[in-house]
Design a protein around this ligand. Structure first.
Ligand SMILES: [Zn+2]
Length: 584
């Protein structure tokens, strides 16, 4: 017995001393309260006062979220339970007056009712959290390892990229890793694993679906194969976790992380073919690509993350746009979508971009910088808005076409991505915009500085006709049905029973006639408004390129005559030239 104690003691002592100085424990109140109790212990606290803070935003979404609005009952105490004074320094930073107490406990509760790809949610069915929402950090100690104990109900399974450290316990190498590891814990998680090139891809499904998880796993096997082939042996993880929340409402978004992704997709409860997961593949591929581009290949602007305030970069067009470009490209390569479906995306995006007045006044660099202002919201001045996702994706296509032309189809945009990875993260470095230009010059011998001036920092229209033509493709105009935007230069949205003006394009017939945001269309006895397909109704009421509209403006009837309406409507078709043989 003595001998046994002698043997065990050093092991016990060792595990204690190896415990990180910053630890978190999660406890759960009655599920209908949706409250998660967090206990944070900090050893080696500063003498006098110690600050703690909650992130104001989460990496992956360049918008201030103010998670502290979801926190209540923040208290501080010594390790022995002696209460310590704590006060707020600003909206999400607290200061503890700890005097000479070096081991502090901070407790608070987090109200977890939001279910999206970057949120925290708790009820009787599951615990789901993103550490960036609910864990406070110690300013200046973000790179220390942390320990996490989750006192979840027995028998529930955990999906996470965090490293296990005993029952219901995990460690992370830093606060950044904790914040970057979304976790789902539930009694109903479904798990599949596929292994490609010794890399394990875990598929975790939470929520109801009639889809066949084995078919999803097979799709992901093909996708993973093409992603690994694309990066030619550089893989920044050994295990990757796809965390799916499948819902029965329309949703399709995900958030990237270094070794995982969290996605909320729907509706996937009533798939016509349980083996057909087409609806899940675009987001899945997008977030997997981000594990390299954004999480591994990181711009200097975003290193290290500063959770306390806006972190500006004018490269989001590159982060999101190029990821959007390659997510569909790699799904096409993996055989998960057809070539026709692949080109349809660009046919749609090119026309959409052409019809967006924002592209004439806002560059993709400025749209990136201003993500914090309006990047994800649809309000504000819509006529100046540019989506860095789709406009960045189109710029990627333009560049890819040009690189292929310049190198006689020997090089592609993929070579630029691989060069960047080899030059920067592989060498422990972070890149800047000028490095993209350096890479392009090396690849093609051509300076793309004028391109960046015109198309990245300027608002010159992307010359697609020319680009397709010289790369062996044709961009053809084909007739299309009129829509309100092409017909009169305005968008309408359905609000309750009304058609409401949502956007009026500059210099359009709608603007010239005085149509105003918020105007509600009025029908007449002869022309009652439709519940659906307003476009056809508008086109049907046209007489000699003139349209008379009656609207209600703040309750008062107003009659408007819109003249000079557009009568030619088209969209695009992309097709290979008949003599074109080079591979895409
Ligand atoms: Zn993205």
């Amino acid at each position: 017995m003595k001998r046994l104690i002698f043997l065990l003691f050093p092991l016990f002592a060792m595990s204690l001393s190896a415990q990180p100085a910053i630890q978190y424990t999660m406890d759960f109140r009655e599920p209908n309260s949706h409250l998660i109790d967090i206990t944070m212990t900090i050893r080696n606290a500063l003498p006098g006062t110690q600050q703690v803070a909650l992130p104001a935003w989460r990496p992956g979404r360049y918008a201030i979220q103010n998670y502290s609005r979801l926190v209540q009952e923040v208290r501080a105490a010594s390790e022995t339970g002696l209460p310590l004074p704590i006060r707020k320094l600003n909206k999400d930073t607290w200061e503890i007056s700890n005097g000479n107490v070096s081991a502090i406990t901070v407790t608070y509760s987090f109200y977890a009712t939001i279910l999206d790809a970057g949120s925290t949610f708790y009820n009787d069915q599951e615990i789901y959290f993103n550490g960036s929402n609910l864990f406070m950090y110690v300013p200046g100690r973000l790179n220390e390892p942390v320990f996490l104990k989750i006192n979840h109900p027995d028998g529930w399974q955990t999906a996470t990229a965090l490293k296990p450290a005993g029952p219901k316990s995990f460690t992370a190498a830093s606060f950044h890793e904790l914040a970057d590891s979304p976790t789902i814990i539930s009694p109903t998680l479904q798990h599949r694993k596929v292994t490609v090139d010794s890399i394990n891809f875990h598929i975790w499904i939470q929520g109801e679906t009639n889809g066949n998880p084995d078919a999803l796993a097979e799709g992901i096997r093909k996708m993973a194969r093409t992603h690994l082939d694309f990066w030619q042996g550089v893989v920044p993880f050994t295990d990757f976790h796809f965390l799916y929340h499948l819902v029965d409402y329309r949703s399709g978004h995900g958030v990237e992380h270094a070794k995982s992704t969290s996605m909320v997709l729907g509706p996937l409860t009533n798939l016509p073919d349980p083996d057909d997961w087409k609806r899940a593949y675009p987001t899945t591929s997008h977030e997997l690509f981000h594990a390299w581009h954004v999480k591994y290949l990181v711009p200097a602007d975003l290193e290290p993350y500063d959770y306390s305030k806006e972190q500006y970069t004018n490269l989001i067009w590159f982060l999101e746009g190029f990821t959007s470009y390659f997510d569909i490209y790699l799904n096409h390569k993996a055989g998960l979508i057809t070539e026709a479906e692949y080109w349809e995306e660009f046919e749609r995006l090119i026309r959409q971009s052409e019809l967006n007045p924002g592209t004439a006044v806002t560059s993709i660099a400025d749209a990136s910088y201003d993500a914090w202002l309006y990047g994800y919201s649809s309000d504000g001045n819509k006529n100046r808005m540019v989506t860095f996702y789709s406009q960045g994706e189109l710029f990627a296509l333009l560049l890819d076409l040009d690189i292929r032309k310049e190198t006689n189809h020997q090089k592609t945009l993929g070579d630029l991505m691989r060069w960047l990875v080899a030059e920067f993260p592989v060498k422990g470095r972070f890149y800047q915009e000028s490095d993209l230009l350096n890479g392009l010059k090396l690849l093609t011998g051509k300076s793309y500085a004028p391109w960046f001036a015109d198309y990245v920092h300027g608002t010159k229209p992307f010359p697609f006709q020319q680009a397709f033509d010289s790369a062996g493709y044709e961009l053809i105009k084909v007739p299309a049905d009129p829509v309100s935007r092409t017909l009169l230069g305005a968008d309408f949205k359905r609000v309750d029973e009304d058609w409401v003006v949502d956007q009026v394009l500059p210099d359009s017939p709608a603007m010239k006639a005085g149509l105003f945001l918020g105007d509600k269309l009025s029908g007449s006895v002869f022309h009652p408004l439709p519940d659906k397909n307003l476009d056809a109704w508008l086109a049907g009421n046209l007489s000699d390129s003139t349209l008379t509209l009656e609207v209600k403006r703040r309750g008062k009837p107003v009659k408007l005559v819109l003249s000079g309406l557009n009568t030619t409507h088209y969209t695009y078709k992309i097709q290979k030239k008949t003599n074109h043989t080079s591979p895409w």
